[in-house]
Design a protein around this ligand. Structure first.
Ligand SMILES: Cc1cc2nc3c(=O)[nH]c(=O)nc-3n(C[C@H](O)[C@H](O)[C@H](O)COP(=O)(O)OP(=O)(O)OC[C@H]3O[C@@H](n4cnc5c(N)ncnc54)[C@H](O)[C@@H]3O)c2cc1C
Length: 341
């Protein structure tokens, strides 16, 4: 390639070091933890934004759940698996409970997840004071780096990075059109939503299932329903995670590039944080579906399930530890890679 874009988030310092870049700027990781609680635990008809001493706390309605978060603390430990500690969980509960009539306890928490924000490092030690802006630089000939930023500014980030690339190439490129390009599945969405009862009648699925699929896939629902037409069994709910249809597991493998069970449960669906058992019951059923799409042997199916159960165990253990160091070392107890059968 003539030009490469480095967009590696919290790993930017490491990937820039690979090309011997002197480090014009640094990226710091800031850990943010969210809790998932059932909808009936908070009696409110709207979401809430609360001020905390450091930043803000969101209470967001989300399907059958509420998402409550977040924290904002520096993280220098394992970047691949940021771990939530009891410290983080207690901090969130303490703050949200200030405005709730019936306080939440850790027994109300269905799921916990942690992520890392890539922040451009500045003068302050406190991550909540660091900039949320992004930066694009031609760090070395043929290498553009984009770092920092926010989800909500992803189109601007992408435009700035691609503009930096096209600027360096001799070819004549048209002007960026990203602000007029709809998201995947967005084209025709409103009309599809209006037709949801018709789609339900044609597919034989309940209209509530069609609404769920439209919300998740937009007009790509056609691809999902094509699979159900060919394999009607996949139109059944997934045992142990009945909010989802079995076809969603198959589709994650056939159309979304998923290769492992933990990827399907943590990213392609939200099963790992929406189910009280974190997907333990659903794991063997989902792995069997994945195995049929990806051609796994029975032994490989078993290894995938075993790997996922160890991950859940390590996450639960880490969330019972008091601080970052102990939570990190508990989380590292689970193997990183699923062995090949
Ligand atoms: C708790 C939390 C709250 C947030 N709140 C908000 C908010 O309110 N509003 C908002 O707009 N945004 C929010 N964000 C979004 C966030 O701040 C960032 O915008 C976003 O996470 C960064 O995306 P990214 O693509 O730059 O990095 P990432 O999503 O981290 O992507 C980097 C990718 O690079 C890959 N990678 C690393 N090294 C290599 C390598 N050597 N080779 C190949 N690939 C590699 C990684 O696997 C990863 O997939 C929040 C994030 C968190 C964690």
């Amino acid at each position: 390639a003539k030009q490469v874009i480095n967009a590696t988030g919290v790993w930017t310092d490491e990937t820039q070091a690979m090309v011997g870049e002197r480090g014009q700027y640094k990226v710091r990781a800031s850990k943010g933890v969210h809790l998932v609680v059932p909808r009936d635990r908070i009696q409110s008809s709207t979401g809430m934004i609360l001020r905390t001493e450091k930043s803000v706390l969101f209470v967001i309605p989300w399907g059958r759940h509420w998402i409550v978060g977040t924290t904002d603390t520096g993280w220098d430990l394992d970047k691949a698996h940021p771990a939530a500690s009891t410290n983080d969980i207690d901090y969130i509960l303490e703050h949200v409970n200030k405005v709730l009539v019936t306080p939440l306890t850790s027994a109300d928490v269905e799921g916990v997840y942690a992520g890392l924000r890539p922040l451009l490092a500045g003068e302050s030690d406190e991550t909540s004071k660091l900039s949320r802006e992004h930066l694009v630089a031609h760090a070395a000939p043929g290498l553009v780096v984009v770092a920092g930023g926010k989800y909500t500014t992803y189109r601007v980030m992408a435009k700035d990075a691609v503009d930096a690339v096209t600027h360096a190439l001799d070819d004549n490129f048209g002007k960026c059109v990203t602000e007029r390009v709809p998201c995947v599945g967005a084209e025709g969405y409103e009309a599809a939503w209006n037709r949801r009862q018709v789609i339900a009648d044609e597919s034989g699925l309940h209209v509530a299932r069609i609404e769920h699929l439209l919300i998740r896939y937009g007009t790509l629902i056609d691809e999902v329903l094509d699979i159900v037409r060919e394999q009607p069994d996949l139109g059944q709910p997934l045992e142990g995670a009945e909010d989802y249809l079995q076809v969603e597991i198959a589709y994650a493998c056939s159309h979304e590039g998923a290769r492992h069970l933990d990827d399907v449960f943590a990213r392609r669906t939200h099963i790992s944080i929406e189910m009280w058992d974190r997907g333990v019951t659903a794991a063997p059923h989902a792995a069997a579906i994945m195995g049929r799409v990806l051609g796994w042997s029975e032994d490989q199916v078993r290894k995938e399930v075993d790997h996922y159960l160890k991950r859940v165990e390590a996450e639960r253990l880490s969330q019972q530890q008091p601080d970052d160091e102990t939570a990190d070392s508990a989380r590292l107890g689970a193997p990183e890679i699923v062995p090949l059968a």
